[in-house]
Design a protein around this ligand. Structure first.
Ligand code: PHE
Length: 350
């Protein structure tokens, strides 16, 4: 075989193997394939020279050229495989489908919010409107129009956080509302009967905190006013509410209580949902749990906002949302609600 052709094969061998080594991407590999093994590539060109050779040399030349072609095809196939497995293992490092997913930390509703929503929904379904009111309130609304004049001893029931000092004339100084009852007056002043509203909102008292008292807490106030509203309506409505929140079997008990803005006034208890009234830790062995204060709106209150108490009557009630949440969840210290300990708060997620 001519030395010339032999050298061409050797050169092509060196060059092709070397440049295949340099290929690191699928694109460069494809370019290499076109250059060397393609239909118009270097090997094809070499093969096309064979017929021009001396007839004695052709057999040997063809054999060697084909040997090179086959060898390059094998190297190329191997390289393609290597590169593919390298790429897929790199991809796997970025996205390992066997890894557990990353935990997404979702917020949960505060237990007070949950209870306020549950109670609001129960009353909403009984035809109540849900409304909101100011937390900084005037003395007139927080006390005076609720039948609690300046210097009246009943004010001791609500130790107040004053924003503005109580003046001697009893003129509207400002305070953080000590209950949601001032909204009774605001509603009576701005709406016409029939009235059925529920007012959830914050209240504040100037008090030392302990397991059952906080200086800020949530109250839920209710007011119903129309012609011919009686104490029976009060009982029926509140009993229905208790059954919706604490279970169908609940019985309600009403006993006399005093609030200056209702007459008669009452406190409502339910038979203990834990022990069914037999006596346990939750109900302090009494079988009954007090859950709210209520009463028929005082005629003086109605007169004060221009209603004729002979035509209109109604009832009001107020309850502490945290207290209800404590009962429902068996929480024994109200201070947990505002100490922002997530370990506590997370237990009430749903
Ligand atoms: N506002 C009263 C309190 O905070 C509760 C109450 C509301 C009582 C409505 C009767 C009627 O103690």
């Amino acid at each position: 075989m001519s030395n010339e052709f032999d050298n061409k094969i050797k050169d092509l061998n060196n060059e092709s193997v070397h440049s295949l080594d340099q290929c690191e991407t699928q694109e460069s590999l494809e370019n290499w394939r076109v250059d060397f093994l393609g239909r118009r590539g270097r090997i094809a060109l070499l093969l096309r020279e064979i017929p021009k050779l001396d007839s004695k040399e052709r057999g040997d030349a063809g054999f060697k050229a084909n040997q090179l072609k086959n060898m390059l095809q094998k190297l190329f196939d191997q390289k393609v495989q290597d590169l593919n497995s390298l790429i897929s293992s790199e991809n796997n490092q970025e996205f390992d489908v066997t890894l557990p997913s990353r935990y997404i930390d979702r917020g949960t509703y505060h237990p007070t919010t949950q209870v306020v929503r549950e109670i609001s929904e129960a009353f909403y379904n009984m035809g109540f409107q849900i409304i909101d009111g100011p937390e900084v309130e005037q003395d007139v609304y927080n006390f005076q129009k609720l039948n609690i004049p300046a210097h009246h001893p009943a004010r001791d029931m609500w130790n107040s956080l004053w924003v503005d000092k109580l003046s001697d004339s009893g003129e509207t100084p400002l305070l953080l509302r000590t209950h949601t009852s001032p909204m009774q007056i605001r509603i009576l002043e701005n709406h016409k009967p029939p009235i059925r509203v529920l007012v959830p909102g914050k209240a504040y008292r100037y008090e030392a905190t302990d397991a059952t008292h906080e200086w800020q807490f949530f109250q839920i106030e209710g007011l119903v006013i129309d012609e011919n509203i009686t104490f029976a309506n009060l009982k029926g409505t509140l009993e229905e509410f208790a059954q919706r929140i604490f279970g169908e079997k609940r019985k309600a008990r009403f006993r006399c209580d005093f609030f200056p803005f209702v007459e008669p006034g009452a406190e409502m208890s339910i038979d203990c949902f834990k022990c069914d009234g037999n006596g346990c830790r939750v109900c302090g062995e009494s079988g009954w749990i007090e859950i709210l204060g209520a009463g028929m709106v005082h005629p003086e209150v109605l007169k004060g906002v221009g209603y004729d108490p002979n035509k209109y009557s109604g009832f009001a009630f107020g309850m502490g949302a945290e207290r209800i949440a404590m009962l429902k969840h068996g929480i024994d210290d109200i201070r947990n609600f505002y100490s922002n300990d997530l370990r506590f708060l997370k237990q009430f997620s749903y």
